[in-house]
Design a protein around this ligand. Structure first.
Ligand code: HEM
Ligand code: HEM
Length: 234
């Protein structure tokens, strides 16, 4: 059996589907949750950054390459192969079903997410590696980013796209892998996915708010050892 990555193929489609959940979906959920440490103040957020930064360089790099960059790159590139080969399935007159619209939005959100992630990773992790220090990803730097209204809007929309893409993806994944077979199970999962979309969006937006609201002097107990910055109060 020939397995060409440029043509749509059962095997690669399954790998694509799996990478959307493991590891990328899990990565994104924990990433957004950890980002909400911004709500507790600079020390807490920098404590999380310091935790990852404290890992040996080669270990962190291998983790990032194998668990984030390669799966994400594969998922994104093969996602475009799928988009390229798919038939337009939504027309308001012919197939105006909610399912078809949601399916189309998932493809649009994937393409939008791709652009967002290029900007996001360049301005965070890659800047960190180029500069050779983690200042660019610490609280003060993220705070400065979000003071720019355009960047703020890009992030609010990026989170919305990511959250929709993942939540709809979970619903579709359950059908694709035979986890939800009956119509009743699929409807239940659809309600779950809708709830997930709302909750994940709010978590991401809350993290952003954490970088914008003035901070009280958060007690640094328990995190000072991990945090390498002073008690900044916004
Ligand atoms: C609240 C909004 C967000 C904030 C404040 C944020 C913050 C950050 C920070 C500080 C880093 C640098 C981490 C490091 O290099 O150690 C980072 C990296 C990254 N973020 Fe986000 N992020 C947000 C939303 C997202 C979303 C929605 C995604 C979608 C999946 C995402 C995916 C990534 C990826 C893939 C990396 C590179 C990870 C690595 O190589 O270690 N982020 N983000
Ligand atoms: C970076 C750009 C991305 C592109 C271009 C993209 C593209 C796609 C496309 C086209 C699909 C539909 C596949 C199909 O229905 O056959 C899909 C599914 C999926 N994506 Fe993405 N995606 C991207 C990023 C992400 C991210 C960051 C996540 C996780 C947060 C993710 C999670 C998922 C999930 C869970 C599915 C459903 C898998 C399934 O249908 O079984 N994707 N993606």
């Amino acid at each position: 059996m020939s397995v060409s990555i440029t043509k749509e193929n059962f095997f690669w489609h399954k790998v694509h589907s799996l990478t959307g959940i493991i590891p990328i979906g899990f990565y994104m959920l924990q990433h957004l949750v950890l980002n909400t440490f911004s709500l507790a103040g600079p020390d807490y957020f920098n404590g999380v950054i310091g935790f990852f930064d404290g890992m040996p360089f080669h270990f962190l790099l291998v983790l990032e390459i194998t668990l984030i960059w390669l799966p994400l790159l594969f998922h994104a590139l093969y996602g475009f192969v799928i988009i390229n080969h798919s038939q337009p399935n939504y027309s308001p007159t012919k197939y105006g079903w909610a399912e078809n619209r949601m399916y189309l939005f998932q493809r649009i959100s994937g393409a939008g997410l791709f652009l967002f992630l290029i900007y996001h990773v360049l301005s965070t992790t890659l800047t960190k590696y180029v500069n050779g220090d983690s200042q660019s990803i610490r609280y003060a730097s993220m705070h400065a980013h979000f003071e720019n209204k355009l960047i703020l809007v890009v992030y609010l929309v990026g989170i919305l796209l990511a959250s929709y893409h993942l939540s709809y993806g979970v619903w579709n994944f359950c059908i694709r892998w035979g986890i939800t077979v009956s119509e009743r199970a699929q409807l239940k999962m659809r309600s779950f996915a809708l709830g997930m979309f709302i909750v994940v969006t709010l978590i991401g937006w809350a993290a952003i708010v954490g970088f914008l609201i003035p901070k009280y002097n958060a007690p640094a107990t328990g995190v000072t050892a991990m945090s390498s910055t002073s008690n900044q109060s916004m």
